[in-house]
Write a protein that binds this ligand. Structure first.
Ligand code: SAM
Length: 245
């Protein structure tokens, strides 16, 4: 079974073809020393994973012959990560780790204490694609348009639960808080910026019926550590880590 996995956008069907972009063609040819006749795995987030045979690799791109399906499309957990990108922290690290941890979407959020001006969503996406290729998942999380917290809440889907990571001690221990929660609902995890949430934001959030306020232990975690820890807790207590492989 080929080891290299690449994300493509074309439909994948037996006997069909899939295009590779210039960066992928360069990676396969110059880095992995592959060529016509060699095989890789491809996925597009819709049709599962397929074995593909390289037809040609050129400067502007390449072509694959789609041979055989190796895995059917699986639906991962419906889980968003809403995070306030931190200056010192690396949003890219959060995008990669959240992809490995199985999120279905990344929602950059600006809050009162957010210090980062512009979020580079293209770079978040590129990191999510790379992480999806490496961790064996069959989809790439959506990277949603950055939104201000109040606008996000105003437009929040009524059925989606929100796990609020609250470092001020206002939340219940995460295991206790999630133990009685609806495992079948769509969820989101919300993590604040370096400077934390403004008390008025915690106030508004605390009044939302969709919100479950949690504590992630007695130490103040960096925003990226909190995001990774919170997603791991959610997967272990509610998500697909509960299922035997
Ligand atoms: N400026 C805050 C402080 O010094 O108190 C720290 C904010 S922390 C770096 C960034 C975010 O991580 C917080 O807004 C919260 O969402 C999350 N976080 C960090 N530690 C946490 C904890 N022990 N429990 C729950 N959430 C935590």
């Amino acid at each position: 079974m080929p080891k290299i996995r690449l994300y493509v956008t074309d439909d994948l069907t037996a006997g069909g073809a899939a295009a590779l972009d210039a960066k992928q063609a360069h990676y396969l040819k110059a880095v992995m020393r592959l060529g016509a006749g060699d095989e890789i795995l491809v996925f597009n987030g819709r049709d599962g994973e397929w074995r593909g045979r390289i037809e040609d690799l050129r400067k502007k791109g390449g072509a694959l012959a789609v041979v055989e399906q190796t895995r059917g499309q699986e639906r991962g957990p419906d889980l968003w990560l809403a995070f306030a990108p931190a200056k010192r922290g690396t949003p890219e690290l959060v995008a990669r780790a959240a992809t490995e941890l199985g999120v279905s979407a990344l929602q950059p959020v600006t809050t009162r204490r957010t210090v980062v001006g512009r979020v580079n969503t293209e770079r978040l996406r590129a990191n999510a694609v790379e992480a999806a290729e490496q961790c064996g998942r069959l989809s790439v999380p959506a990277v949603l348009k950055p939104m201000a917290l109040d606008a996000l809440l105003a437009d929040w889907p009524a059925d989606r639960r929100l796990m609020l990571c609250d470092e001020t001690g206002g939340g219940r221990p995460v295991a206790e808080a999630l133990s009685a929660e609806d495992r079948h609902a769509p969820w989101a995890v919300l993590v604040g910026p370096e400077g934390g949430f403004d008390p008025s934001e915690l106030d508004v959030l605390g009044k939302q019926p969709i919100v479950t306020r949690v504590g992630l232990g007695p130490r103040i975690l960096r925003a990226e550590t909190a995001a990774i820890a919170a997603l791991a807790c959610w997967q272990a207590l509610i998500g697909d880590w509960r299922e035997a492989e």
